[in-house]
Unconditional design. Sequence first.
Length: 536
Amino acid sequence: MEYHNPILRGFHPDPSVCRVGEDFYLVMSSFTYFPGIPVFHSRNLINWSLVGHCLTRDSQIQLEESRNSRGIFAPTIRYHDRRFFVIVTDVDGIGNFLVHTQLITGSWSEPVPVAQNGIDPSLFWDEDGTCWYCGKGILDGQRGIVAFILNPLTGEILSDKYLISKGCGGKCAEGPHIYKKDGWYYLVTAEGGTQYSHRAVIQRSRKLTSGYQPCPHNPLLSHEEQNWRTIQAVGHTDLFEDQNGNWWGVCLGIRMFGDILLHNLGRETLLVPVVWRDCWPQMGKDGCVEVVMDGPLPGSVERETVQPIKKTEAVEFMQIAEKDSTVREIWTFDYKSNRIPADFCFIRKFNRDCYQLDKGRLVLQGKETEIDNATGSPTCILREQQEFIMEATTCLNPMACSQGRFGMIAYYSNNNHYDIAVVKESKGCRLTLYKHIHDLGAITEEVLLETGISKLWLKIRADKAGYYFEYSFDCQNWDELGRGAIAGLCTEGMMQRSYTGTMIGMFAEHGQGVFEDRFSMISERQEENFIHGISK
């Protein structure tokens, strides 16, 4: 059955999957966003629904001192003895730890620390029920993949530690997962760093703790020598078997929007069919990931002209397939609801008293922490940009706002963001476009607003060239306030190593901002096979 990659679009990196019967569960990195570690569910591997988060309480995680792209790295999800386990790294806090639950949609445990350095931990249960830890680390001064027996409920280490592999010759051997099939232990790792040299490799041994030999057909997955493809930087792979005996892999990758080395959507989640030949897995076609792929999906995928994907008290989400193969996704958050959708995230922490829904209004209480701050938690509510072509809209009530700064934001980090915002002062109101690129922040455009305005619609549009900031007094006639270059919100242009993507949302600083009606995002994509953003 034909399907399209990515299966989770926008900022959805470092995927890991486990299966329970006919149900598949997927987790991914969340870095400094809260709540931490989103959990998705699917029955066909294509349509995924957010069903919760692993880290939802301040007692589980503290991120306020974590800087951009730090925090929560590369979780692995596994299911054993009627319990879900997620193991992960908090790189600025307690290090490697586990959380667990018997109810995937319920609360997860407090963190269970594991006394092992490094990142990217994984769990493997052998046939005798023994639980093994493996992860990137240092043992006796040597860097590689470290493994040992672990009690996953207590974090107690129950065996000696073993350096089982140093990888297959590439830099940054990391993201390890162990599997067992036909008497072989298979070790999949990522190499090359999570940029354009990224790839997945595989080794096997008859013994878990030593003797691993690389596959003669490595890399298992790589686009390093195929820079003409839209999808690049593929790697960080997790393999799994469906209920029909077919094998699959999830991995991360990035979508390029042109023939320059720039991407702004972040690392996304891709699905690749896996077949076994001569006791080795082979991913995709010659180790490549296509935008359009074909595989024996475990469940049916209905494709209708108008398909309501999800409707709750808070959110409406629809896909509209046009005749020219363009798919428009419309996601709407109505402020008349009584809860903030789980699809939103917050920078480092959720300060509950800063986000209130009241009589059809979203009231954001801005504190002293600003968007530009390197740490702390500004009042900012965000959702990932999922397509190059996008527009997001909401309505601000300047008259109901206190003095302060309020508006919409295209956010990559505190160092890189574009804001269309009302600045309300004792002497009056003005609408501004503020750009922060690296260590320089400046208002580049502004217009004065008349007093007494109660409806000011704001819009952020994006395409493969840039971001466009517009405003309207009637939601019908729009004026452009200014533009921002797309390169300003691309991973390659960050001041430090960066692993996230562009987010879109609303914010408030130094006062109370009042938003009315709804927040909507429209994403548009062409479901074809692209080379450099141009159809084949």
